[in-house]
Ligand binder design. Structure first.
Ligand SMILES: [Zn+2]
Length: 240
């Protein structure tokens, strides 16, 4: 059977097509031969509804995005999320350094601080993704003998980091509940990461949660290593 690379969003079985065109503007959703439900009902939904379902971490919405669309914005989204995170950290740094010196050299240094924060955020993301992929390679690839598609997994991980975009409004509309908002954003990102892994591998929730925990551990190790370096990356960039 020619599968066409699509998946049924209800039962995860492969499907040849999402809809059939009967001409004269008549389109009919394909019915899955395994579960007898529409293969992908989201293709006729409004993008806002799909986004709401993605935020609610619905498995069907994740399957629609990851298998049945050719959404290839993961690298752009990744850079944008890193910029959001760098801006957030940089704004915290500015908040802690109350300097009224208007000299240009200060502004120049602050700009380098931003690049330093961007580099750190990128390094932490790299450590997180490497940790997750390494764990999956060991747990699923080596132990269970299944073949892993790392490109698909990386795309899923990067796309599911979309929640970091919310850091910008959290910084702009700063209030007493900002720390709570930051915690919720982190929780949303990690839950989405876990759900994305679960959907791609069609695995148990426990495995995907363990993969995310290993990723977090790798990220924490990199943070510790950066803090303990005799010449931290920030200082290095500042003295350039
Ligand atoms: Zn089905």
């Amino acid at each position: 059977m020619d599968t066409g690379g699509f998946r049924c969003i209800e039962c995860n079985e492969e499907a040849a097509e999402l809809h059939r065109d009967y001409r004269n503007g008549i389109l009919k959703l394909t019915i899955c031969e395994f579960c007898q439900k529409p293969v992908d009902r989201y293709i006729e939904y409004d993008p806002v509804i799909i986004l709401i379902d993605v935020i609610l971490c619905k498995t069907q919405a994740f399957r629609h995005i990851l298998f049945n669309t050719s959404l290839n914005i993961h690298w752009k989204l990744c850079v944008f999320c890193l910029l959001c995170e760098a801006y957030f950290r940089w704004s915290l740094l500015q908040g802690s350094e109350q300097s009224s010196d208007p000299a240009d050299i200060i502004r120049y240094t602050k700009e380098w601080d931003f690049y330093g924060m961007f580099g750190l955020a990128a390094l932490e993301l790299w450590a997180f993704c490497s940790g997750v992929l390494w764990f999956l390679w060991v747990a699923v690839g080596a132990l269970q003998g299944e073949k892993l598609d790392f490109r698909l997994l990386l795309r899923a991980l990067l796309l599911s980091c979309y929640g970091k975009v919310l850091l910008i409004p959290a910084v702009i509309w700063e209030h007493d509940y900002t720390p709570l908002c930051l915690g919720l954003i982190k929780l949303l990102v990690l839950t989405s990461n876990s759900q994305a892994i679960r959907v791609i591998l069609n695995s148990s929730r426990r495995l995907s949660l363990m993969a995310v925990c290993v990723g977090l551990l790798a990220e924490a190790c990199v943070v510790q290593a950066c803090e303990k370096l005799p010449l931290s990356i920030q200082d290095f960039l500042t003295f350039e």
